[in-house]
Design a protein around this ligand. Structure first.
Ligand code: FAD
Ligand code: NAP
Length: 304
């Protein structure tokens, strides 16, 4: 019987594990991939206090490093379900079941797909969701970036170091991204915009995508925009499939908590991007993680 199981080793889960481990609790961190979560798909981070600029994967490594020192156990596993057995909880992965007095859900989100023809067909052959992973494969090409949020605009700027030209296609005539990021994109001579427009289809030959069919939502005009790659950043969906039967998610799948990260199940907490909240950032993820790590300790003390 463990004290705490943390599900997901993004910034929120790693911080929750750190705080719980430093309180001398036995902590298992379960992760389906490499530690770091979305940080592994992030180019430069420049709004995490203490660092002027740092690459996402480097920040992930720095967050993970102290966990070993404080005795956090780490296991690979894709969590499939959570069962509340009253004074303990059961967490099952695809191959094992673990028991703990408390559970901290930190499963974050994943990129949303556009859902257009050609997206699946050309995935990995011109269609990408990760500039930091794939950008270097697109040297000297013209690239399309879809979306108008922080991710789309920031990653478009990152892609200009490889690409000949980057065209941001946005469905409105105004970006959603933070002002500082917008200003940087507007000042970048390699970036241009196609406003009020959506992608209807991604086209190509058998081997590689060659462009996208773009429709202007105001004029209904349709044209083919030739490009050597397309990076899609149209938002995120919560990773909460495993918890759908637990009565802790809202209609859109986000986990609902109070300010202390408590869900509707006593002893089960949720932290970071997976929560129903307004600001999804590294800073807010680590803030949530620290609160839940501390709450888990208080809960276990109360149950004694
Ligand atoms: P995540 O980082 O999503 O981590 C969740 C972890 O849970 C993942 O490792 C995942 O594999 C794991 N997991 C999920 N389901 C399961 C399961 N069933 N079983 C086991 N493990 C599971 N924020 C900033 O503050 N500054 C930035 O510059 C910035 N840039 C960004 C750029 C991009 C392209 C993106 C996509 C996001 C960016 N963000 C940025 C947002 C930031 O990365 C997130 O807010 C933060 O990573 C959230 O942390 P998290 O731990 O809640 O979730
Ligand atoms: P987001 O903020 O939800 O933005 C998604 C963008 O895609 C929006 O511009 C949206 O248009 C557009 N969109 C949605 N569905 C679409 C569709 N079907 N077709 C075309 N366009 C579509 O998502 P995000 O940019 O990935 O950001 C996610 C979170 O991570 C945010 O909380 C963000 O602040 C954070 N983040 C932070 C940083 C940073 O701090 N530097 C960097 C990256 C991400 P509308 O604008 O019209 O809705």
């Amino acid at each position: 019987m463990l004290d705490v199981i943390v599900i997901g080793a993004g910034p929120a889960g790693m911080t929750a594990a750190l705080y719980a481990s430093r309180s001398n609790l036995s902590v298992l961190l379960l992760e389906r991939g490499a530690p770091g979560g979305q940080l592994n798909n992030t180019a430069e981070v420049e709004n995490y206090p203490g660092f002027d600029r740092i690459m996402g994967p480097d920040l992930a490594e720095k967050m993970y490093a102290p966990l070993e020192k404080f005795g956090t156990q780490h296991a690979y596993g894709i969590v499939q379900s959570l069962k509340d057995q009253g004074d303990y909880k059961e967490v099952s992965t695809d191959s094992e079941t673990f028991k703990a007095k408390t559970v901290i859900i930190a499963t974050g989100c994943e990129h949303r797909q556009l859902g257009v023809k050609g997206e699946h067909e050309f995935a990995g052959r011109g269609v990408s969701y990760c500039a930091v992973c794939d950008g270097a494969f697109f040297r000297n090409r013209k690239l399309l970036v879809i979306g108008g949020g922080d991710s789309a605009v920031e990653e478009a700027i990152f892609l200009t170091q490889f690409a000949e030209e980057v065209v941001i296609v946005h469905r409105r005539d105004e970006l959603r991204a933070q002002k500082v990021i917008q200003d940087r994109a507007f000042a970048n001579p390699k970036i241009s915009f196609i406003w009020d427009s959506v992608v209807e289809e991604i086209v190509g030959d058998n081997m590689m995508m060659t462009g996208a069919i773009i429709r202007n939502v105001k004029t209904e005009a349709v044209h083919e925009e030739k490009a050597g790659g397309i990076f899609i950043y149209v938002g995120l969906d919560p990773l909460t499939e495993a918890f759908k039967g637990n009565g802790i998610t809202n209609e859109d799948g986000w986990v609902v908590t109070d300010d202390e990260m408590r869900t509707a199940i006593p002893g089960v907490y949720a932290v970071g991007d997976v929560r129903d909240k307004t600001l999804r950032q590294i800073t807010t993820a680590v803030g949530d993680g620290s609160i839940a790590g501390q709450q888990a300790f208080a809960y276990i003390e109360e149950q004694k």
